[in-house]
Design a protein around this ligand. Structure first.
Ligand code: F6P
Length: 399
């Protein structure tokens, strides 16, 4: 008898979600399975939830966001896991494919104890998976989930903004503080090196205002403009998020980050404006501009292949697996791993987000390290020279 697969997308959207759905839908059609798309994440499987007969022709893999919409519904906190399972059974769903990040998978792992699932990761934060084993050399092929679909596109958007802002930074002797997304991890922020960011401040290392001011000072003396990319998840020395907005918790109990670039810009202005009277300090929160729009070809293709792999795995009896993206001898390709190998949980059964591997970061210079550039090479190629006007003191006549 034909199998029925349910699929849903949870958490923040990404540009590659429709591509994953397309991969799932094409493989399901090929194998003769019915596909039920539940609307708005986990909310779709609850009473009042909606679903869609998801055929490949309905999905445009080159269009961002998710045709299934998304939400941050927490079935565990609301005690509605049993209700969801009853509904899945009522609809005669055999297998469920939740596509999501750490929060969606916190629910997914619990559900998998009673219902068969296969998962495909997604998140622009790139924080689902495991870093390569510790050691002085990095074995990239041992990184479980090389990247999460959605991350390469968000990173390429950030890179473009950083690169473009250089022209204005030059024209106005500006010190820009650009705030990148990434609630817990600095992966996205680190990618800004490819846009020529002068300084990169990641959330894995507590904020050090004096050291940052010293580094900005030397960069400004060199170039008269500085681009600092800061992660929204930066914490102060007490471990607190630096936010300007009202403290707001989402369904998974996370404080919404936002505004650290403004706080840091002001702190740096107070420290440096007397020394650099012509410098102007500005902050920019890129926010959802990083998450929207169409996927890059690499992101789209990997997402489609990962989606197809999840369906194939279920068909072949590999249950409760995660379709990861791996770096292999031959390139980047999806590989299925058992869920408990890819996803680690804390004492409260919450999925632990993957931090930036600090071997990829040059802490002393607020920059990407050679190992970090090697990490990004299959995604963005070699680290380019930053494009900027280069003038030095000898070029100017002085009055
Ligand atoms: O979790 C992914 C993410 O994009 C984070 O980087 C960011 O903090 C958050 O979602 C923002 O979510 P929302 O869409 O609710 O503003």
């Amino acid at each position: 008898m034909s199998k029925r697969i349910g699929v849903l997308t949870g958490g923040g959207d990404t540009s590659a979600l429709n591509a994953t759905l397309k991969g799932i839908a094409l493989k399901a059609e090929e194998l003769g399975f019915d596909l039920f798309g539940f609307m708005e994440g986990w909310r779709g499987v609850l009473k009042g939830g909606r679903y869609l007969d998801l055929t490949p022709d309905r999905i445009d893999e080159n269009y961002g966001g998710t045709i299934l919409k998304s939400s941050r519904t927490n079935l565990i906190a609301s005690n509605r896991l049993d209700e969801a399972i009853d509904n899945l059974k009522k609809l005669k769903i055999d297998w469920l494919i939740p596509i999501g990040g750490d929060d969606t998978m916190t629910v997914g792992v619990e559900l998998s104890k009673q219902f068969i699932i296969a998962s495909v990761t997604k998140t622009i934060d790139n924080d689902v998976g495991l870093n390569p084993p510790d050691g002085s050399s990095v074995n990239y092929s041992k990184m479980l989930n090389y990247f999460c679909p959605g991350f390469p596109t968000a990173a390429s958007r950030l890179i473009q903004y950083v690169q473009d802002l250089r022209t204005t930074a030059y024209s106005h002797n500006r010190i820009f503080f650009i705030e990148a997304m990434g609630r817990d991890a600095g992966w996205l922020t680190l990618a800004s090196a490819y846009g020529g960011a002068d300084l990169i401040v990641v959330p894995e290392i507590p904020y050090e205002p004096d050291r940052l001011a010293d580094t900005i000072r030397s960069k400004h003396i060199e170039n008269e403009n500085v681009i600092v990319v800061v992660s929204e998840g930066i914490r102060n020395q007490k471990g607190e998020l630096m936010i300007t907005s009202k403290k707001e918790l989402d369904a998974f109990g996370h404080t919404r980050p936002g505004g650290c670039s403004e706080i840091i810009a002001e702190a740096m202005r107070l420290r440096l404006s007397k020394e650099f009277p012509s410098a102007t300090f500005r902050h920019i929160i890129l926010g959802h501009l990083q998450r929207c729009g169409s996927p890059t070809p690499l992101d789209r293709d990997c997402a489609m292949k990962a989606g197809a792999l999840a369906v194939r795995a279920l068909d072949e009896g590999q249950l409760n697996g995660v379709a990861t993206i791996m770096r292999t001898e031959t390139g980047i390709e999806p590989v299925l791993y058992p869920m408990d190998q890819v996803i680690k949980r804390d004492e409260n059964n919450k999925v632990i987000p993957r931090s930036l591997d600090l071997r990829f970061y040059d802490k002393a210079n607020y920059q990407i390290s050679p190992a970090g550039a090697e990490y990004f090479r299959p995604i963005f190629g070699d680290l380019p020279e930053s494009r900027r006007h280069s003038l030095d003191a000898a070029d100017f006549g002085e009055i």
